[in-house]
Design a protein around this ligand. Structure first.
Ligand code: 9UX
Length: 69
């Protein structure tokens, strides 16, 4: 695969938030999979999309996101 990106996400409070964020990420060209964990407030995103594009999509969905090491 083209690698993966780890993001921290702020503002998710229920399981439906997880679904919303995963759907937003999977809609981005180049994203092959996205897994969001409510408890850890992190997302693992696989594929070739730029981190800034991922963050913008999460913010458009109503959450805050940051790239983490
Ligand atoms: Mo749940 Mo998340 O009722 O934005 S969908 S809090």
């Amino acid at each position: 695969s083209a690698g993966s990106t780890e993001l921290s996400i702020d503002g998710m409070t229920c399981a439906s938030c997880v679904g919303r964020v995963e759907r937003a990420l999977k809609a981005i060209p180049g994203v092959t999979d996205a897994v969001v964990n409510l408890a850890t407030e992190r997302a693992t995103v696989h594929g070739s999309a730029a981190a800034a594009t991922l963050i913008a999509a999460i913010e458009d969905a109503g959450y805050e996101a940051k790239l983490i090491g």
